[in-house]
Design a protein around this ligand. Structure first.
Ligand SMILES: [Ca+2]
Ligand SMILES: [Ca+2]
Ligand SMILES: [Ca+2]
Ligand SMILES: [Ca+2]
Length: 536
């Protein structure tokens, strides 16, 4: 028994996965043998409550009812178990509950529960080990990345905005205020959800830590990241952000010490996606944070954002580690809308602290001694910081520049343009996918010269309700080798980007049944809408 525990213990502590009907061997051993002391040790360690994300099945089929309906049914089902939800992720059919490990096992074995995972904490990825790092270097590498030259073509536009999911931002900072998106459809301070997006008084984005409509920074990390992206330019004050003609949406999901729950990150991502759905032109989300295990809830949220043409730029991490071996999330999530960013120092070499990965880290950007806006309560208005947290917003800002330079491109096209235009560095060849440092001038010029391709977008509904998990297949009538398969998100939406010009057949399969296919003619670079409505 002792030897078994030696082998199995890592499984208990490191895995976040509680497969339904599969009890860990250690648990079965505990129950079958009840071997006194060893089990008692394990049980003591696991007896403490932890936060879990519990995802319920939607019912007999894949046709979802309203958000309110599942929510009240989920809460009722938890009540049957004597549990109370402490938070809800309405777009994910999930609730957050505090559970003991053995109770989590019981919950995960229920037939009406689809998934249970730990609601882990993620962290801001500022490099804080070396306080003197902030006193060295300059913006020399930044000018090396060509941002100021790219401004001859564009400084960004309000049509390509960046959502900053972080510790918030100093909303009244004189060098940020003018760049922060304001929700014109929400009346401040009247305790009403005027725009009916589910969040009360969210005039400047939302604070998912304190659950209020004011994402004011109380840490400083988010203010610094926001300033790198879009500090107000040409105002005779302080600094200018990479895309100072653009706007940022401030969403707070990290607390005053720079840490936050995965569930808060998921809700922050959904908040940005919902804004996009109603026409707020968010092209990119920046997440200078990471940690935890691979969260399925997080994956699904990023996928939902991707289906609405929002990219995710994420910091690769500051452990000097190989992400191919030790993945860091969200940067290492396997989705084609993500860019994982390593940091280079002022010499343009991979920074000592930066994570890397020949297969999982896409490119590098300046991340050493970066000057940006500071939380004014810290006594200064600007400060230098280092970390992949500072590299990621450079890439987010340059994506906003490229998207502004050619607004007809989809975000996924802009991502491809940026990846193909990095400035090669020998030291980055074996440790990143692109082998280079982000190059603003090349990216913006390439964006201007790129032919936009159509995107096919639509919703699948049955009896006026969204159908999730429907398989949508696009096959070409011209090219027998071309076919794309995507699945609909919970809101029933699907999106197929970069469709070459030509004639296509779009077909849908729902719960094993085929729906009559439709013809699609992709003749112009625009979003082609095709909705499917199932009546029987
Ligand atoms: Ca609102
Ligand atoms: Ca209001
Ligand atoms: Ca707040
Ligand atoms: Ca300024």
């Amino acid at each position: 028994v002792h030897a078994y525990f030696g082998v199995l213990m890592p499984g208990i502590t490191s895995t976040d996965t509680l497969h339904r009907h599969k009890w860990p061997l250690w648990a079965m051993l505990c129950i079958a043998l009840y071997v006194g002391s060893m089990c008692a040790v394990v049980r003591a360690a696991e007896a403490q409550d932890a936060r879990y994300i519990v995802r319920f099945r939607s019912g007999r089929n894949s046709f979802y009812g309203s958000a309110n309906a599942w929510q009240s049914s989920a809460v009722a089902r938890l009540g049957d178990l004597g549990l109370q939800s402490i938070d809800q992720i309405s777009h994910d059919n999930s609730v957050v509950v505090r559970l003991r490990f053995e109770d989590a096992l019981v919950v995960s074995s229920r037939t009406d529960v689809a998934d249970v995972e730990l609601d882990e904490r993620v962290w801001a990825l500022r490099e804080t080990n070396d306080p003197l790092l902030g006193e060295q270097g300059s913006l020399a590498v930044e000018s090396g990345s060509g941002v100021t030259s790219a401004w001859d073509i564009t400084t960004g536009s309000k049509r390509a905005m960046v959502a900053v999911i972080d510790s918030g931002a100093d909303l009244k900072h004189p060098d940020l205020q003018g760049s922060i998106w304001r929700n014109s459809e929400e009346i401040a301070g009247n305790r009403r959800d005027d725009d009916r997006n589910g969040w009360v008084d969210d005039t400047y984005g939302y604070d998912f830590v304190n659950k209020d409509g004011l994402p004011q920074d109380d840490n400083g990390h988010g203010t610094h990241v926001a300033g790198i992206i879009a500090a107000v330019g040409n105002n005779a004050t302080g600094i200018a952000g990479v895309a100072w003609g653009s706007r940022i949406v401030v969403i707070k999901a990290l607390d005053e010490v720079g840490s936050g729950y995965v569930s808060s990150i998921v809700k922050a991502i959904d908040y940005a996606t919902d804004l996009k759905k109603r026409g707020v032109p968010i092209a990119v989300m920046n997440l200078s944070l990471g940690g935890g295990s691979r969260s399925r809830a997080l994956y699904r949220a990023v996928e939902r954002a991707r289906n609405h043409d929002i990219l995710l730029v994420a910091a690769a991490g500051n452990e000097g580690a190989n992400n191919d071996v030790e993945p860091l999330y969200p940067a290492s999530l396997p989705l084609d809308s993500i860019l994982s960013v390593a940091a280079v120092n002022t010499e343009g070499e991979l920074a000592g602290f930066s994570n890397y990965g020949a297969e999982t880290v896409h490119l590098a950007a300046p991340g050493s001694a970066i000057l940006s806006t500071a939380l004014r309560t810290s006594g200064v208005e600007y400060r230098k910081l280092s970390g992949t947290s500072m590299a990621s917003p450079h890439v987010a800002g340059i994506l906003a520049l490229a998207a502004s330079a050619n607004p007809r491109l989809t975000s996924l096209q802009v991502r491809a343009v940026l990846l193909n235009s990095t400035s090669p560095r020998s030291g980055l060849q074996a440790v990143t996918i692109s082998g280079g440092v982000v190059d603003a001038v090349s990216a913006v010029q390439a964006a201007v010269n790129t032919q936009p391709l159509p995107r096919i977008f639509g919703y699948v509904t049955a009896f006026n309700k969204a159908v999730a998990q429907a398989a949508v297949t696009l096959t070409s009538r011209n090219d027998p080798f071309y076919s794309q398969v995507v699945t609909t998100g919970k809101d029933g939406s699907f999106s197929i980007s970069e469709v070459p010009l030509g004639q296509y057949k779009l077909s849908i399969r729902v719960s094993g049944r085929h729906v009559r296919p439709v013809a699609v003619r992709a003749s112009a670079a625009r979003t082609i809408r095709r909705n499917f409505s199932i009546r029987r």
